[in-house]
Design a protein around this ligand. Structure first.
Ligand code: KIV
Length: 272
């Protein structure tokens, strides 16, 4: 028997797609270093995001805006060394994808230097050209809709998005345009649960949510929130799994299990 036969199969865009078709929930978390990445990988997390949330939770900044491509590359490289099964997704930081050429150059660094299997960028239909260019060049893309923390100053704060009917219809349309442009995954942040469910049903590609209810194909949370490590309050849409379990490994396993069996998120984590 080959050694490879004993390794759990690596998560890919195809297996994420298959999970959606089969109705199997996709469990995702952020990580920023190799040791936590290893714990997540062993606990069955399907997708690990090196999020630009590291600006806040690791660097102690007020927003994600100051995070650089160099910061992201440093943390992605570290996380990639801790993973064997989980997919690695790299967040494109603020102003690192203002043109197709710039996006391609920076996404290329994540793929070539840090073993990322997918990049994530914030924005709606205005990003369709960039998504199409990345897709044409063989780079899987996750498009982040709903609350986009990189636009915090334009939005005037961190608010639930898509509550008004016109905004909800626009978000659905934009998600469809991004899928048509070649996105492989959509992330919805802080969106009413009914809208997130409608978008999830309308799309062929998987949709993962954070503060977007149980109707998505999967869930993602910031690792430090599920471990109860927070400089402020734990967000309404998150849960301290460490308090319930007593060890980091058990907390991550409990989160994965709760996402897979549909008990997380519960009604208390959801926006209407
Ligand atoms: O940067 C990040 O951690 C994110 C989360 C919203 C998933 O994008």
């Amino acid at each position: 028997m080959s050694v490879h036969a004993q390794q759990p199969a690596k998560i890919t865009v195809r297996s994420l797609q298959a999970s959606k078709q089969a109705g199997d929930k996709i469990a995702c978390l952020t990580a920023y270093d190799a040791s936590f990445a290893h714990v997540l990988d062993r606990a069955g997390v399907d997708l690990v995001l090196v999020g630009d949330s590291l600006g806040m939770v690791v660097q102690g900044q007020q927003t994600t805006l100051s995070v650089s491509v160099a910061d992201m590359l440093y943390h992605c490289k570290a996380v990639s060394r801790g993973l064997s099964r989980s997919m690695l997704m790299a967040d494109m930081p603020f102003l690192s994808y203002t043109s197709p050429q710039q996006a391609l150059q920076h996404a290329g660094h994540f793929m070539k230097q840090a073993n990322a299997q997918m990049v994530k960028l914030e924005g709606g239909a205005e990003q369709a050209e960039i998504v199409a260019s990345l897709a044409r060049n063989g780079i899987p893309v996750c498009a982040h809709l709903g609350l986009q923390p990189q636009r915090v100053h334009k939005l005037g704060g961190y608010y639930v998005q898509g509550r008004e009917q016109a905004a909800a219809e626009a978000m659905l349309r934009e998600a469809q345009q991004l899928e048509q442009a070649g996105a492989d995954l959509i992330l919805l942040e802080c969106v009413p649960a009914s809208l997130a469910e409608a978008i999830t049903r309308a799309l062929y590609i998987p949709v993962i949510g954070i503060g977007a209810g149980a109707g998505c194909d999967g869930q993602i949370l910031v690792l430090y929130d599920i471990l109860g490590i927070s400089m402020g309050r734990i967000p309404k849409f998150s849960q301290d799994f460490l308090a319930e379990t007593g060890s980091v490994e058990a907390a991550v396993k409990a989160y994965v299990e709760a996402v897979k069996n549909g008990t997380f998120p519960g009604t208390q984590h959801v926006f209407s």
